[in-house]
Ligand binder design. Structure first.
Ligand code: GLP
Length: 234
């Protein structure tokens, strides 16, 4: 696992941009994308760049159950606003939060990633060490699935909603098995509140109790964090 410590989230966004730009230059055609506040400085770099995605497919990590794509709190909306409006892709896939048949949808999403293996996967990290919405205790061998969000994740994400009661209780997300199948993984973490999770991710014991620790088993992971998120590293 390679760790790059940058001064702040802006330099982190730039460092992430450089990795993706290089991967595209080398022929990457499928990008695994993420939401949350963390990737915003990266997306900002992308939208102001000359990079062209008209031949690239994106596959997003997760979506809340019950939110329509035009709901401003949905991850569909987030991606549209922060990336896709400015940079059209050949095709963009996100889990369907309104599916009436989550089990079948999850199988189809797994198949999508078998048909289009992810070249570079972008990740954030939750304060409790979750990746995508794979909460503590999620088996490492799970594919796309519907997940019950923990109280701490609901609380952390409530800042994007008018009130905490509006935060959906479940989501559909890629499993750790899907994430680990990506050829290259870039995880971003900014701010003091991520420092403990970053320490566990890089130096902790591999355990399903802290999902991000599984990344120690992947052969090509780059962690980009700012000084605040790196503060607990040895
Ligand atoms: C949510 C998302 C994750 C994201 C995490 C951290 O739980 N499903 O993909 O990594 O939040 O979010 P933030 O970047 O806003 O701290």
């Amino acid at each position: 696992m390679k760790v790059i410590v940058t001064k702040d989230k802006y330099a982190g966004g730039k460092a992430t941009f450089d990795i993706f730009a290089e991967a595209l230059k080398q022929g990457a055609k499928v990008l695994g994308l993420a939401t949350g506040s963390t990737p915003l400085t990266f997306y900002q770099e992308v939208v102001t760049s000359s990079l062209d995605f008209s031949d690239v497919i994106s596959i997003n990590l997760d979506e809340y159950v019950g939110l329509a794509p035009d709901n401003p709190q949905s991850y569909h909306y987030f991606m549209q606003k922060h990336l896709f409006d400015a940079k059209p892709f050949k095709a963009c896939y996100l889990p369907d939060g309104l599916t009436q048949d989550p089990a079948t949808f999850c199988q189809q999403y797994d198949q999508l990633m078998l048909d289009h293996p992810i070249d570079v996967q972008l990740l954030g990290i939750g304060q409790n060490g979750h990746i995508a919405f794979n909460e503590p205790g999620t088996p490492f061998n799970l594919g796309t699935h519907e997940v019950q969000l923990t109280e701490s994740t609901i609380k952390a994400n409530a800042r994007f909603f008018n009130e905490i009661s509006e935060v959906p209780k479940t989501a559909i997300c890629m499993g750790i098995k899907n994430i680990m199948a990506a050829k290259k993984i870039v995880l971003l973490a900014f701010g003091t509140e991520k420092a403990h999770a970053v320490k566990q991710l890089v130096e902790g014991t591999i355990t399903e109790a802290i999902p991000a620790t599984v990344l120690q088993r992947h052969h090509d992971v780059t962690v980009i964090c700012d000084e605040a998120a790196a503060a607990e590293l040895k």
